[in-house]
Write a protein of this length. Structure first.
Length: 216
């Protein structure tokens, strides 16, 4: 059974303890994406925006200068609905994000080094007031406790389709520890399957890597 979660993330298998809509952006709430580069977090965040990009503009606050519009398009974001702002300075970053929250309802923002906790908490209050939806992705470290309604910490990436160091890559599986108010204060293990299409598949539980997968 496959239940549609927006246009970009799907639930595969029986739902068990994963509530429908867990990975969807909601007005007035923040999703925190935490993990090392290379875990596919940018694609996860863009997929969350994709569910909203067909109805209203969405924004990406780019700290590292890595975002390629093609990557957004491949994740299902309509390029004509995407606003990209690049800012790495922690002081100007806060001003840029405040301006985006005033005019755009759905935002993915990388968080540069040097941003103060008080500033993040003030922005979290603004998100609630403006009824915006925000994905925060620290480029280093973590978010302060309680800032994110849903915190997703990447635990690893497995690749399917390779064996003994060679073969054709078919899918990658990203494991997360999900916590926060969205999970009622409990930490839950989830896994996303990315087979290269627009949609990511949310698989219940943390699957054990079968034969033919390799860690990445």
């Amino acid at each position: 059974m496959v239940a549609q979660l927006g246009s970009a993330i799907e639930l595969a298998g029986e739902p068990h303890h994963i509530e429908p809509g867990l990975m969807q952006l909601e007005p007035g709430r923040i999703v925190g994406l935490v993990g090392h580069p290379g875990y596919g977090l940018t694609r996860v965040g863009l997929s969350m925006l994709a569910a909203k990009a067909g109805k209203s503009p969405v924004a990406y606050l780019d700290v590292r200068g890595w975002l390629c519009p093609v990557a957004a398009w491949e994740s299902g974001v309509d390029p004509e609905q995407l606003v990209v702002v690049r800012c790495a300075d922690p002081v100007r970053w806060g001003r840029a994000l405040t301006a985006l929250l005033e005019g755009v309802g759905w935002i993915y923002a990388e968080v540069p080094r040097g941003v103060k906790e008080a500033q993040l908490r003030r922005l979290a209050g603004l998100v609630r007031t403006r009824r915006a939806a925000l994905v925060l992705r620290p480029v280093q470290g973590d978010l302060p406790s309680g800032v994110a309604y849903l915190r997703l910490e990447a635990g690893g990436v497995n690749w399917e389709g390779t064996e003994a160091g060679h073969g054709k890559l078919a899918s990658r599986y990203i494991s997360f520890a999900a916590s926060g108010k969205a999970t009622r204060g409990m930490t839950r293990q989830i896994e996303l399957e990315d087979n290269g299409t627009d949609a990511l598949h949310l698989v219940p539980g943390l699957a054990v890597a079968p034969s033919g997968r390799t860690a990445g």
